[in-house]
Design a protein around this ligand. Structure first.
Ligand SMILES: [Ca+2]
Length: 122
């Protein structure tokens, strides 16, 4: 309970012998959470969401939000020969012209002629 305002966040206020007490409300079972389809975890006076991979919990909005891997991990998610595109819950690497995406979805193989043979480079 906020002592200045007497306002209970995530709680129900009850009055016992002239004193107000905050009683925890379970936002997860009451359905008053913002977790959407992601897991809700009740906490005393509050709750948090357990976010799936590719999402992180925002304590201001109280919901799971997409991680923009392209900006958060810039230069580390895709090959130097690729551009990164953020998607909801994930990201995509798009290879630059002349390069082909590897099975890992992150690295690009380039093909060039050397001594008359097609060789791969990374
Ligand atoms: Ca993302």
């Amino acid at each position: 309970m906020d002592k200045d305002t007497g306002f209970c966040v995530g709680t129900a206020m009850i009055r016992l012998s002239g004193n107000y007490l905050g009683l925890d409300l379970d936002e997860c079972t009451s359905g008053s959470h913002n977790c959407g389809s992601q897991q809700c975890i009740n906490l005393p006076g509050s709750y948090k969401c357990r976010c799936a991979a590719g999402f992180e919990f925002n304590e201001v909005t109280m919901r799971c939000e997409d991680v923009n891997e392209c900006t958060k991990f810039e230069g580390h998610v895709c090959s130097l020969h690729a551009t990164c595109e953020n998607t909801i819950g994930s990201f995509l690497c798009h290879c630059k012209p002349g390069f082909v995406l590897n099975a890992d979805g992150r690295n690009c193989d380039g093909r060039y002629l050397k001594f008359g043979r097609i060789r791969n480079r990374h």
